[in-house]
Design a protein around this ligand. Structure first.
Ligand SMILES: N[C@@H](CCC(=O)N[C@@H](CS)C(=O)NCC(=O)O)C(=O)O
Length: 224
C-alpha cells in the first residue's frame, strides 16, 4: 500500500473506456490510491480547466494541495514517468511514446468510423483497417524481437504494454463487448499470437485485477 505521503488521485471522466482507459491502467499498475468521478455533463463542463474530460487531480499526501491536469496524452505521460513506466533514457523513452502514439492512431481511426455514413463510412473503415493492420504487423514484430514474453520491452510492464491493453479494451467495450460491430470484429479476428500473449500477461498481472477482473477480454477475442 502507498505510504501516507504518497499522492492520491481522482480521475474525472465519463463512464466509458475512451480517452481514460490507459490512465486507469496506469493508476492501477502504480498501486496508488485513486478513485473515479463521473461528473454530470454538461453541468460540470465549466468547472474543468479546459472544459473537457479527462481531468486528473493529484492530492499531495503531506500538503493536501491539488495538482490538476488535462489532456489525456499529458496525463498518461505524467503518471508513466512518475511511476517508472517510461525509462529515464531519452531514446528508450521515445520508443515507448512512439508505440503509444501509434496505438492512439488506432483509436482515432476507430472513432472516425462512428462519425460517417455511406461512402465516407467505407473510406473511414478502410483507413481503420489499414492502421490496425500496420500496428498489428509492426508491433507484433517488436513483441517477437523481445522474445514474445508478453511485454514490448524487457521483462517489465511499461507504458507501451498498458497502452496496448487499453486499445483493445476501448474498442471492445465502446462497441458493447459483443465483437459484432465491424470495427471490434476486425480487430479480434486479426489478433496475432503476440498480442494474445500480451493480453494474457497483462490480464494476469495482480496489480491490474481491481480494475479489470470483471472485464477481461482474452476469452472474448480468442473465440472471435
Ligand atoms: N485532447 C483532449 C480531448 C478531450 C475530449 O475531447 N474529451 C471529450 C470526451 S472523449 C469531452 O470532454 N467531451 C465533452 C465536451 O466537449 O463537452 C484529450 O485528449 O484529453
Amino acid at each position: 500500500m502507498p505510504s501516507s505521503n504518497t499522492p492520491s488521485y481522482v480521475l474525472r471522466y465519463f463512464a466509458i473506456t475512451g480517452l481514460a482507459e490507459t490512465t486507469r491502467l496506469l493508476l492501477a499498475a502504480s498501486n496508488v490510491d485513486w478513485t473515479e468521478e463521473n461528473p454530470a455533463w454538461p453541468q460540470a463542463k465549466a468547472d474543468q480547466p479546459f472544459g473537457r474530460l479527462p481531468v486528473l487531480l493529484e492530492s499531495d499526501g503531506s500538503s493536501g494541495s491539488d495538482f490538476v491536469l488535462s489532456e489525456s496524452p499529458t496525463i498518461e505521460r505524467y503518471l508513466a514517468r512518475k511511476y517508472g513506466f517510461i525509462p529515464n533514457d531519452p531514446q528508450l523513452a521515445s520508443r515507448q511514446e512512439e508505440i503509444r502514439d501509434q496505438q492512439r492512431d488506432v483509436i482515432q481511426a476507430f472513432t472516425n468510423v462512428k462519425k460517417f455514413q455511406g461512402e465516407a463510412l467505407q473510406e473511414a473503415l478502410k483507413a481503420y483497417r489499414t492502421i490496425v493492420d500496420k500496428v498489428l504487423e509492426v508491433h507484433s514484430r517488436i513483441l517477437r524481437e523481445n522474445g514474445n514474453n508478453g511485454f514490448y520491452f524487457g521483462n517489465d510492464l511499461s507504458f507501451a504494454d498498458l497502452g496496448a491493453l487499453a486499445i483493445f479494451r476501448t474498442i471492445i467495450y465502446m462497441d458493447g463487448g459483443k465483437l459484432e460491430e465491424e470495427r471490434s470484429k476486425y480487430l479480434a479476428e486479426n489478433l496475432t499470437p503476440e498480442f494474445k500473449k500480451l493480453i494474457e500477461t497483462l490480464e494476469s498481472n495482480p496489480k491490474l485485477q481491481a480494475h479489470i477482473s470483471d472485464t477481461k477480454i482474452l476469452s472474448l477475442v480468442s473465440s472471435a
